[in-house]
Every structure is written in C-alpha cells, then in structure tokens.
Design a protein around this ligand. Structure first.
Ligand SMILES: [Zn+2]
Length: 640
C-alpha cells in the first residue's frame, strides 16, 4: 500500500502504491499483476506435475516441444507437407476446400469471448440461442494476421507503423521458408487481408448477440454469399452434413466469398502458405520462433523478451491435453475444503443478489419473478468438471512437435464438430481447472470458476475472510451479475435468447448504463487515448454489481457481529483494499494501447475505481467532495 495517498484521490495507489513502486514487469510479459502471479504459481506447479507424470501423452507432448535441438535439425521438413498441399491447389474449388480445411474451433463469442482467428472463419459449437437444448454451428469472422480490423484501417501513426512492420514480418516469414519473390508476395498478402478487414464487423458489433444471431441454412450461403464453392468449402471443413449454421458476421461471409472469386488464385495460395507458416512458427526452428515473437509479441504487445521455453511448453501441453493436466492439478492443489468454502461464499453472494432483486424499486414484479427464476436455476461449477475429458483418441508422437500441435487442434475441432446433433452436455467445462480465469455461460445459465483462480492471493484460508469476499467474492459476484447485465437481460432462465425485461426496465438500465459509460470514458491513461466506456460497459456493470453483492454477502456472513480489525483496518476497509489489490497490475504502454482498442474490459486500475459507486466505500474511507474519485450520491451508479 501507500498510505500517504488519500483513498479519495487515488484508491488504486493507496491500496497498491508500494507494490507499484517496487515491481517491474518481467521482460517476457506485456503485463504483470495478480493474474500473472497466479498464472506463474500455477505454471510452476503444473510444470512439476507434467515432468513427473506417468501419463505418456502429457509427458511426450511436453518433452517433444522442449527438444529444441531435434526441432532445429528437422528444419522446414515438418511443415513441407502443409506447403505442398497448398501448392497443389489448382482452381477456386480446390481453394474453397483448402480454406474450409483450415477451420478450427478457436473462437467463442459468448463464453470465453475469443473473437479472433487468423483462419478465414472460426467454428464455435455451442447451445443454439433460440433453442438451448440443441447445439448450433456458429461461424465467426477471421482471416487477419493482426488482432483486429482497426490494425488495418485506423490511420493513426502507431497503426500505420504496425502495418509497415506487419508487411515486413510477412516477407521475413516467407523468406525464412525459402519462398521466392517474398517481398512482392508480402505486399499482395497484406492487400488481401486489408480487403478482408474492411468488411469485418467492429469489435463492438461482433460482440452483439442480436447482430450475430443470423440463422443461415446451408443453401443460404450460395444465395447470400456468391463466389465461393461452398460445397467444397464445407466438405473441406468436414461439415458437409451440416444443414444449418449461424452466420455470426454475415458481411464478412459475403465479402470472403466475393474475394475468393475475385482475387487471383496465386495470391490466395501465398496467403494460405504464409498463414500456415505464421501459425506453426512456434513449432519450427528458432529463426521462425524469434520472428514470430518479434512481431506478434514485441511489436503488437510491447513484450521485451520471449517467454522461457518451459513456459511455452506448458501452454502447448495445456492446449493439447488441458483437462488431463487439470485433473493432475486439482488432485494435488485444490483441496475439498477450499471447494466447500467457495460453495458457501457462492451461496451467500447468490442470496445477496436475490435480496437486491427483491429490493429494486424500478423493476416490476413480473420481471423480478423472471430474474429470481434465473437466479434459482443458475448452475455454478467450482474448481473442475465432474467428468474429465477423454483424450484416448488423440495421437501424440514423440519427436513430432509440429505434428502434435496440428493433431491437437484438429482433435479439438473434431470434438466440437461431433457435438453437432447430440444433446447438450451441461457438464462440459469451457475452461481448464489450471486456468486463472472465470466465465459466465449465458446460454446455459451457468458459471464456472476454475481451481486456479480460487487460490491465494484471491482466496486464501490464512487471512481474514473480509479480504476473500473483496477479491474472489467480487469476481464471483461479477460473473453472477453477467446473467443480469445488458447481455444477461437478453437470455432467460432457460438460456434462450429472449429478452425478459419490460421496456421500462430496459430504459432504466440504459440510463444507468449511460452514466457508467461516461464515468469510464473520462479515464485517460494517455493524453490522446481514453477508455471506451461503451466497449467496456458490460464488464463495468458486472464490476459494480459484483462488488455490491460481494459486500452484502460479506456483511451477511458476519451475522450481526463486527468483523475483526486487522492492522488498524476495519472489516469494510479490508474488503475494499482487498478488492483494489486484486487488480494490482502494471501494463506496458503499447499493450495498454492495444487493450483499449480490443479488450471488452477496462484496464485494471480503473476497474479498482469501481469502489466509488458504493456508499459503503464512502463510509469506510470518508472521501470528500473535490477529491478525484468522489461522486455525489446522485452520480453513483446503482444498477442492481
Ligand atoms: Zn466479465
């Protein structure tokens, strides 16, 4: 902490000042904070588990990626079959088939919210928004090597500079792969991507369920998106039997098909070769790894140093065999006592939410009944799934790092494809137990809290419980509240896309939302760039609501007795300090700028400022009018 800073001037600095002053971002990261510390701790433990396991698939995946000398000596050989296949493409039908063949299950519009894939489209198999008892095949825009359309169209100097660096990167990768005329090809590949980018939905629109929920029958693709041999495309994707899709970003689908028809076959083949090489670079010799790092991590994210190989090997192993590794993790590090303690905390926060709903003056009784029904059917997964995933059909070959990576992503794709037409598996987890994160699944009306986020310093049996409510509790409240925020209002208690609010409820909510948009728009991490209040609204509402419910639950958990004073701080003060400390993070300027554009969350410092909307924070720290964080009671945003 830095107790010389007045809480009302800068609560983040008050709670984290000493840490901010004494902490440096590790060279291999663009950001460092609680989430990074937790990830590091989890990684060290995971590495130990992986190195000592008797599970051959886990051991072989890790060891093969670690064997740099073997990868170096193989040179380009492992990727050559991929390039040869692209070389053999002789017409636009074969191109369509090849493009279809690149599709993977690497996007997720509602749960993990991953909206980027560098393949031309991404597949997400999840509950149909109109009938959550069935799975639907969502197709999401892609095709860009840089993170978002803004990188291609924004005229700012930084983006202009990154575009030049990207073209140089494309040329460098092609050159490393001994492709002829790399410079000219890089220029054409970039121009093609730019055309794809121009018809991309914005980040905001791509996250809008009402804009995304477009049911297209298979035949609609021929009518609405002419130019692509869709029969060949879907056959290449292994989706030839699928008769219904959701075209999440329809403008992109139409434009993609037109570009397939219009752009020269050779440009497309060069594009495919580059994307294959770029995507597989982490599994190729050092020169590729370093070029990949120099652009994707250093230029885009401001990271100074490549992460150590063992850390990347853990990521590779987690990507391939996530739940198998996760089972090892929870067996050792997530005791039943912590699962039970979290269960009690969740119950208290859910109850607090229920009381808040009952007490709302602006919501009519019919809507309240729906909200309570939704709360009553909410399923909360804690730590890990009841049934772990079966990897018996995944082939792992010792000594074939690139092949292992390709087989693992194909395995994951096939696993998702196989869900189509089957009943929804409500026990499936979308995050691994060893991932430091939490998630709301709107179409399942469920939440999942992986074991790795339920560890110190967010949940710690060795400290006052006030601090656990302020940290883990606020995160739990945040996720619960997503079921009732501007997204959650769209999904009813069965998970169906069906707005359960009246026009009046929505009007009040929008007005409250507008105040929060303004509050966050005013945060300026740079003189020339501010937080996008609209882009981050859903997350900011969740922070206000989650913190409020966690506070109520903490108060209720005391059963009328005062919380113990520790180091001179009252229970309420501990609660809020712990909340702000849970957000302690340092971010490199480039990465912060990139986040302002692409992230649905506000930067952590401003998330910690959420406290200024709670009356209890004013009672705990007594900030005065005129101080930076002070809000008059009428300006405090109260939504739930
Ligand atoms: Zn959230």
């Amino acid at each position: 902490m830095n107790t010389k800073v007045a809480p009302g001037d800068d609560f983040f600095a008050f709670a984290n000042g000493e840490w901010m002053a004494s902490t440096a971002i590790p060279k291999d990261r663009s950001t460092w904070g609680v989430m990074g510390e937790l990830t590091e701790l989890t990684n060290v433990r995971t590495a130990e588990l992986i190195k000592t396991t008797t599970d051959a698939k886990i051991a072989d995946t890790y060891a093969t990626f670690m064997d740099e000398a073997a990868i170096e000596s193989k040179g380009l050989a492992p990727v050559e079959p991929v390039l040869k296949e692209i070389e053999r493409i002789k017409d636009k039908s074969a191109l369509a088939r090849a493009l279809g063949g690149t599709i993977r299950a690497d996007v997720d519009v509602l749960n993990n919210t991953e909206l980027h894939t560098d393949n031309v489209l991404g597949l997400w198999v999840a509950e149909d928004l109109d009938d959550p008892t069935k799975y639907a095949a969502f197709l999401v825009q892609g095709g860009l090597g840089m993170p978002d359309r803004e990188y291609y169209v924004d005229p700012s100097p930084r983006m202009t500079d990154l575009r030049a660096k990207y073209v140089a990167h494309v040329e460098a990768v092609l050159t490393l792969a001994k492709v002829k005329d790399a410079k000219a090809k890089a220029g054409r590949i970039f121009e093609l991507e730019k055309k794809i980018a121009q018809e991309h939905a914005s980040r905001e629109d791509a996250g809008d369920v009402e804009k995304g929920n477009n049911h297209w029958a298979r035949k609609d693709f021929d009518a609405k998106a002419p130019g692509m041999d869709w029969g060949a495309f879907f056959a290449g994707a292994g989706l030839e039997k699928q008769t219904a899709f959701v075209a999440w970003t329809p403008k992109h689908v139409t434009s993609l098909a037109a570009l397939v028809a219009k752009e020269p076959l050779e440009t497309w083949k060069d594009y495919l070769a580059f994307h294959a090489l770029d995507g597989l670079s982490p599994f190729l010799p050092k020169a590729f790894v370093e070029e990949h790092f120099a652009f994707h991590a250093k230029a885009i994210g401001g990271v100074e140093q490549l992460r150590k190989r063992w850390k990347r090997a853990i990521d590779v192993t987690n990507d391939a065999l996530g739940e198998a590794v996760g089972k090892l993790y929870v067996d050792k590090y997530f005791p039943a006592s912590e699962k039970a303690r979290t269960k009690v905390m969740v119950k208290n926060i859910v109850d607090a939410f229920g009381k808040r709903i009952e007490g709302l003056s602006w919501m009519n009784d019919a809507t309240k009944a729906r909200a309570k029904a939704k709360l009553a059917t909410l399923e909360v997964g804690i730590g890990y799934p009841d049934r772990f995933r079966d990897y018996s059909k995944l082939e792992v070959v010792r000594g074939d790092a690139l092949g292992n990576a390709r087989r693992a992503s194909k395995f994951e794709y096939d696993r998702n494809r196989a869900k189509l037409g089957k009943p929804v598996d409500r026990g499936e987890w979308v995050m691994t137990p060893q991932l430091v994160n939490a998630v709301n699944l709107p179409v399942r009306n469920a939440l999942q809290f992986p074991a790795a986020i339920l560890q110190p310093p967010l949940l710690d049996p060795k400290r006052p419980e006030a601090m656990d409510y302020g940290a883990a509790g606020a995160i739990i409240g945040h996720e619960i509240s997503h079921s009732f925020d501007d997204q959650g209002a769209l999904f009813d208690e069965t998970g169906k896309l069906h707005n359960w609010w009246t026009a009046d409820d929505l009007a009040h909510f929008k007005a409250s939302g507008a105040a929060l948009v303004k509050q966050f728009d005013a945060y300026k991490p740079f003189p020339d760039a501010h937080v996008n209040g609209k882009q981050t609204l859903g997350e900011n509402i969740a922070d206000v609501a989650g913190l409020s419910a966690a506070y109520d639950a903490f108060t209720a958990s005391l059963g009328g007795k005062p919380a113990p004073v520790v180091d001179g701080f009252t229970g309420d003060q501990q609660f809020f300090i712990s909340f702000a400390q849970g957000w302690r993070t340092k971010i490199r300027p480039d990465a912060l700028r990139s986040r302002l554009v692409t992230d649905g969350h506000a930067p952590p410092e401003y998330r910690s400022d959420t406290v200024r909307n709670l009356d209890a924070w004013y009672k705990a720290f007594d900030p005065k009018p005129g101080q930076a964080l002070f809000l008059a009671p009428s300006d405090r945003v109260r939504i739930w």
